[in-house]
Design a protein around this ligand. Structure first.
Ligand SMILES: [Zn+2]
Length: 285
């Protein structure tokens, strides 16, 4: 494909994606006690437990009312959200954290590397130096492998850096129809436009971090494939199949996970090779 055509296509896809950021989407059960409560593309997940709920991602401040409507449409209460987690410290996943904390009283847990960015309302981010939001106090700083327990549920936080320094992939087991399935919510494997993989004085270890991330992602057992954006795992298409494919759960997609990770690793390796040839890498979100 010609570079110009490819660029136009990338921009068109990115623009389409961002429209979907602020549109509501029907809340739905994913598997076991895991529910999708995000917008049409900004993924938020509610995990219900015997002692209250965990929420992953608040989106923007304007996403918070959409999440609230979704949570309530499922018959759950915002005040039962006890712990608020994040995929990574970019505005589209955490700018609503302060408002969400205020509404729910939830404790905010963040992976080391993203903790100060969230606490300082966006200050200290790599590349997006003018992106700011309401600072949100962080109650607990997590390390790679940290367990987040609430009631009968234990989530494991895996550090998957590169996209941000504290980018976090969440994994935990769920039960459905007497079987155990492993959920993986990918933090982000994406090399965004403008990311410098080599000779980067603001984030010198970026390429090494991405390489580490792909090793972690390839090592995880995944049955239920989820991510920080619905687009990672084809959320809209899979949701459309739920009612048509009775008795099946389209969100259980181990093969989809493996091929997505392989495709993203290739994109990273290609971007790294292109950077070394001093070409500009391009990869959405
Ligand atoms: Zn991001």
């Amino acid at each position: 494909m010609l570079a110009a055509t490819r660029l136009a296509l990338t921009l068109a896809l990115a623009a389409g994606g961002q429209d979907a950021w602020h549109e509501p989407f029907p809340a739905h059960r994913v598997a076991g006690n895991v529910y999708y409560v995000g917008s049409k593309d900004l993924a938020s997940y509610l995990i219900t437990t015997s002692e209250g709920h965990i929420l992953i991602n608040s989106g923007f401040e304007k996403t918070v009312p959409l999440i609230r409507a979704s949570v309530e449409s499922l018959g759950f209460k915002m005040s039962d959200i006890k712990i608020l987690l994040a995929s990574h410290a970019h505005s589209d996943h955490v700018a609503g954290h302060a408002l969400m904390k205020e509404l729910t009283g939830a404790k905010v847990y963040v992976m080391r590397g993203d903790d100060t960015v969230i606490a300082q309302g966006g200050k200290g981010q790599y590349l997006y130096t003018t992106s700011r939001w309401q600072p949100c106090p962080v109650d607990r700083v997590l390390e790679d492998g940290a367990e987040v327990k609430l009631g009968d549920v234990t989530l494991t936080a895996r550090l998957t850096p590169g996209h941000t320094r504290g980018c976090t992939t969440w994994t935990w087991p769920v039960q459905e129809k007497g079987k155990t399935y492993h959920v993986v919510v990918i933090g982000s494997p994406n090399v965004n436009p403008g990311f410098r993989l080599v000779d980067n004085k603001d984030y010198p270890e970026m390429a090494k971090d991405f390489a580490k991330t792909f090793e972690v992602l390839k090592s995880l057992r995944c049955d239920v494939f989820l991510g920080a954006h619905g687009g990672y795992y084809g959320m809209i298409e899979k949701y459309g199949r739920v009612k048509k494919e009775v008795g099946k759960n389209p969100f259980i997609d181990a093969e989809g996970y493996r091929s997505y990770v392989a495709q993203k690793e290739k994109a990273f390796r290609d971007a790294l090779a292109a950077t070394r040839e001093t070409k500009v890498p391009g990869q959405a979100r």
